[in-house]
Unconditional design. Structure first.
Length: 156
């Protein structure tokens, strides 16, 4: 029994090496395009969010199990998916998604409340009285928020 000639073996090795290198090169190109697109999206969001701001407006109140406040988009971009994160004295948290229907704001499962530049909305949500803090934010720019502490809320 005879083996393959050294010339054929060398040609096969070169062909296999070129094939593997080509596959690896195509994977690297696809991977880098995906990473570049992801980075570009994150950068665009960070630039947009540098012009965003949201705030509790006026004097927030708590009465009969209800937290009430005005909220305002004080930034330069539209904020969507407005929500509250309530942190209680015992360190538990509660996310309250806010929705809007014909200028009425209410609690819901998937926030759809949108605040345009300068918009002010009145909110009233059911929460426990053992509040430590309440954070107001949006899914558009989660890093942009406003925070109230218990001392900032008028209890009656």
């Amino acid at each position: 029994m005879k083996g393959i000639s050294p010339l054929v073996a060398e040609v096969l090795l070169i062909a296999i090496a070129v094939s593997v290198a080509s596959l690896f090169g195509m994977w690297i190109i696809g991977f880098s395009k995906t990473q570049t697109a992801t980075l570009q999206n994150q950068t665009t969001q960070e630039i947009d969010c540098s012009n965003a701001n949201i705030a509790f407006y006026g004097t927030p109140t708590y009465s009969s199990g209800k937290f009430s406040s005005l909220i305002k988009n004080t930034g330069l971009i539209v904020l969507k998916g407005i929500y509250l994160d309530v942190i209680y004295d015992n360190s538990t948290t509660q996310r309250i998604e806010l929705c809007e229907n014909e200028n009425s704001v209410f609690e819901c499962e998937n926030a759809n409340l949108t605040l345009y530049q300068g918009d002010i909305r009145s909110i009233e949500v059911s929460i426990d009285s053992n509040i430590y803090s309440i954070i107001l934010s949006s899914s558009t720019c989660p890093s942009v928020s406003d925070k109230l502490y218990k001392k900032d809320i008028s209890f009656s």
